[in-house]
Ligand binder design. Structure first.
Ligand code: AMP
Length: 273
């Protein structure tokens, strides 16, 4: 595995290589969720590039940019073990230098849920993802369904800019007890971790209600609220794949999303139906 900090040097290394190129963008503090993306990328492609960059432009004032877990050595080992060919590890000066142009997320999908609560977050995500796409020019890029709204916006950006990159969406990887893996889980105390399980329990409960034939989203959300009551719930929402709110679940076209704080840690999760 070769590590690059300089985008131009990485571009030079990739130039002229034969075979399909995969890109797995991450912010590091790698866990089994990230590893699943890398392993899928390894299976499908000849060359695997992983980027690790804690992107400052997607953090809002007062969020955890400074404290975001950074584990360079461990991450490097995990990438090596996952068969990664190139690890791209830039710093913010290289990525943003003298930027005057940036991407603005579209209003429909970006101004609800995460986009509403974290204004500007998706502008930062799309800007950095577009930069990474241009640096690596991958055939396929791997993203987790856990960040469902992010995924929808990236797919929209690809269509809008006619980028010929296939997006591979990977199912959310969970602990045995249901907690979705997240780099931010390290902030949780044992007691908070137990509390956090209410998020996946609520989503499971919604799944059961739907399996029993319930379609009314108000009824589903009400019961989820009861399960999640001890947490500071930011939203529970049922939307279609275009992120429009639904009164009734449409099978094959619905996502139930939640965001909640456990202590000061903000967690998101979802189930796709
Ligand atoms: P992050 O480092 O949190 O920015 O995540 C990098 C990529 O890994 C994103 O595409 C995430 O959606 C994905 N990811 C994060 N957590 C999980 C998980 N538990 N299961 C699957 N993918 C995940």
């Amino acid at each position: 595995m070769t590590v690059f900090r300089d985008p131009i040097a990485l571009q030079e290394a990739l130039k002229g290589l034969q075979g399909s190129i995969a890109l797995v963008p991450t912010m590091g503090a790698l866990h089994l969720g990230h590893r699943t993306l890398m392993e899928q990328a390894r299976q499908d492609n000849d060359i695997v590039v992983v980027s690790i960059f804690v992107n400052p432009t997607q953090f809002l004032e007062g969020e955890d940019l400074e404290n975001y877990p950074r584990k360079e050595e461990a991450d490097r080992r995990i990438c090596e073990l996952s068969g990664v060919d190139y690890l791209f590890y830039p710093d913010a000066t290289v990525m943003y230098g003298h930027d005057e142009v940036h991407i603005c997320a579209p209003d429909i999908r970006a101004y609800v849920l995460e986009g509403l609560l974290r204004p500007g977050h998706f502008d930062g995500v799309l800007t950095v993802v577009l930069k990474l796409f241009h640096i690596v020019m991958p055939d396929r890029a791997y993203f987790g369904k856990k960040d469902a709204q992010q995924l929808a916006l990236i797919e929209q950006m690809l269509r809008n800019f006619f980028l010929q990159i296939s997006i591979v969406a990977v199912d959310t990887v969970r602990e045995n007890d249901g907690l979705a893996l997240s780099s931010r889980n390290v902030y949780l105390s044992d007691a908070q971790r137990q509390e956090a399980l209410k998020i996946s329990s609520a989503l499971n409960h919604a799944g059961k209600m739907i399996a029993q034939g319930v379609r009314n989203t108000e009824e589903i959300i009400q019961q989820m609220q009861q399960i999640m009551a001890p947490l500071e719930v930011e939203y529970i929402a049922c939307v279609n794949r275009a992120f429009q709110y639904l009164e009734h679940i449409e099978m094959g076209n619905s996502i139930i999303l939640v965001a909640a704080r456990v202590g000061t840690t903000r967690l998101i999760d979802n189930v796709q139906l």
